[in-house]
Design a binder for this molecule. Structure first.
Ligand code: SF4
Ligand code: SF4
Length: 373
């Protein structure tokens, strides 16, 4: 396991962090996973008040393990007044059985309304708790637009940021760069699962990434970037730790063979999609029907080029069901109004592509708020 400085927080974190979104079935299961993670060199556990029993199970597990040295970050929603924020922090401390939180992140700073909350007395109380030493580092996670994320970074109130960012979704690249400029720590949310369900890749993706496993290649793509501190993994059992962590000591720049995979993926994307390739420029928005055109077409790009169809169904099924955690309506809401068409520099036939994507990726819908985002 390698370790990296978590930006200006000063914490030296393992390049993989234990994400505990899946609270697991019991404190004993949580204890086994934490014990295994520590044995692999992980020194950072990430949780949230909203992750069911996660904080409670972590607290019990760490006590049973004799309080090993690990950093804990929890998250709370960006809402409430000073007293409510104070109470939430006290409750997290109690559940985790600690007197101090190494990190606290605002959970889902997703909208302009959330940005406005940063001027509230609730946020002031968080800063006060940080000044008193109850909270070490202060950060935020976001599933919002790039604009909201960049504004949150630019306000300079945060020491670290938790973002979605993988080879298969590079929209947040400017946010990673902006965070690095401000010496913020960067935590990547769920690069294996939300990043492409890479633990069960399509045969096509396996072939394209050979001789590497797509999960390992994707991890390496992230670990080769010095601006990124740590990647979350969320194993359900100890047995699920060893395979992903096989690359935990590989933080060097991409080798020629690894770079060749990236070149191949890019070339195949271009060749397979042809004139229907969505370049992810986001110029087509806004859509009056609130269809997140670029995200629908990103899922289409991946489904057509790399046969990432199950992943596409998994994410597509969340449109219209997860609010600001995964914004946008299903693509069959398109009314053919044509407003987006002149804005697309590639001249894509957006309504047709949306219809095709809906047919290909519609399936069992899901809205598992904390497990699905
Ligand atoms: S044509 Fe469809 S996707 Fe484009 S702006 Fe109109 S409703 Fe939205
Ligand atoms: S404007 Fe065209 S290329 Fe750009 S994101 Fe929208 S559909 Fe894709």
């Amino acid at each position: 396991m390698r370790y990296r400085r978590f930006g200006r927080t000063g914490l030296n974190l393992s390049v993989f962090s234990l994400g505990t979104m899946r609270a697991l079935g019991s404190p004993e299961e949580m204890q086994a996973v934490i014990e295994g993670a520590i044995a692999h060199g992980i020194n950072h556990i990430e949780t949230a008040a909203a992750y069911g029993a996660s904080e409670t199970y972590i607290g019990r597990a760490l006590k049973a393990l004799g309080r090993p040295t690990v950093f804990i970050t929890t998250k709370l929603l960006p809402q409430g007044d000073a007293n409510q924020v104070q109470r939430q922090i006290e409750q997290s401390l109690e559940r985790l059985q600690v007197s101090r939180l190494d990190g606290v992140a605002l959970h889902g700073l997703n909208t302009p309304e959330h940005l406005a909350w940063l001027a509230s007395d609730g946020m002031a109380r968080l800063r006060q708790l940080q000044a008193e030493g109850v909270i070490g580092a202060l950060g935020f996670s976001s599933h919002g637009s790039l604009s909201v994320i960049l504004q949150a970074i630019a306000c300079n109130q945060f020491d670290f940021v938790n973002l979605h960012y993988t080879y298969f979704q590079q929209r947040n690249a400017p946010a990673i760069a902006a965070a690095a400029e401000r010496d913020m720590g960067v935590f990547i949310i769920s690069p294996a699962d939300k990043g492409g369900q890479l633990y069960r890749p399509s045969q096509r993706l396996q072939d394209l990434c050979a001789p590497f496993h797509p999960l390992h290649w994707s991890y390496r793509w992230l670990l080769s970037q010095p601006a990124i501190t740590t990647l979350s993994i969320g194993p359900a059992t100890v047995a699920e730790l060893a395979f992903p962590l096989a690359v935990a000591d590989q933080v060097a720049p991409l080798s020629a063979a690894e770079q060749a995979v990236g070149d191949r993926l890019q070339a195949v994307m271009q060749e397979t999609l042809g004139k229907d390739l969505c370049q992810q420029c986001y110029a087509c928005l806004p859509c009056p029907e609130e269809i997140h055109i670029p995200e629908v077409l990103r899922l289409r790009n991946l489904a057509v080029a790399y046969e990432m169809i199950e992943f596409g169904k998994y994410r597509y099924g969340m449109f219209g069901r997860a609010g600001h955690w995964f914004p946008g309506q299903p693509a069959n809401h398109c009314t053919d109004c044509g407003e987006c068409l002149p804005r697309c520099p590639g001249g894509l036939e957006i309504p047709r592509l949306l219809r095709e994507t809906h047919e290909q990726l519609k399936g069992a819908s899901r809205s598992r708020l904390w497990q699905g985002i």
